[in-house]
Design a protein. Structure first.
Length: 151
């Protein structure tokens, strides 16, 4: 069976469909347009309030002093060089492209990514890195036998 529609029927229905599409489209526009207009405001608010709060929040890690041997030792995000009771603490992020440094070869810190090496002061010995490792501040909590490192 084949349905045959008159031109008038087709015209009425096409107008109906077009009007329905326009109203849906308008609603969608208002709904999603509002979100699009709010996005920069939300972003700016986050940068001013939320983002700043996160950025300024101090971070620190605690390492038991007894877990720090003489020479280099690796503790998650930090590298510690201990010489007697003197500690030097560095961020383990290579200053070339940011790989994590987690090995020592013949008294030098060596980055596995491109081979940069650093001495016990964090200074570069061989490139491609040219900047020293980031030195981190820390304090000793003698009552708990902890080294508290500020990241
Ligand atoms: S990231 Fe360390 S040498 Fe390139």
């Amino acid at each position: 069976m084949r349905l045959v529609f008159s031109d008038e029927f087709k015209h009425q229905n096409s107008e109906l469909i077009l009007n329905k599409f326009k109203s849906i489209s308008r609603r969608k526009f208002v709904r999603y347009g509002g979100l699009i207009l709010l996005a920069p405001v939300i972003y700016a608010w986050n940068e001013l309030v939320g983002g700043e709060a996160i950025k300024t929040k101090p971070k620190a890690i605690q390492i038991p002093e007894g877990a720090i041997p003489q020479g280099f030792s690796f503790h998650d995000q930090v590298i510690i060089f201990r010489e007697d009771d003197e500690l030097k603490i560095f961020l383990s992020k290579c200053t070339h492209l940011g790989c994590k440094i987690n090995r020592e070869i013949e008294g030098k810190l060596v980055c596995a990514c491109h081979g940069s090496s650093f001495d016990k002061n964090g200074s570069p010995l061989n490139g491609p890195a040219v900047k020293a490792l980031k030195k981190l501040s820390f304090r000793m909590d003698r009552s708990k036998d902890l080294v508290i490192v500020n990241l």
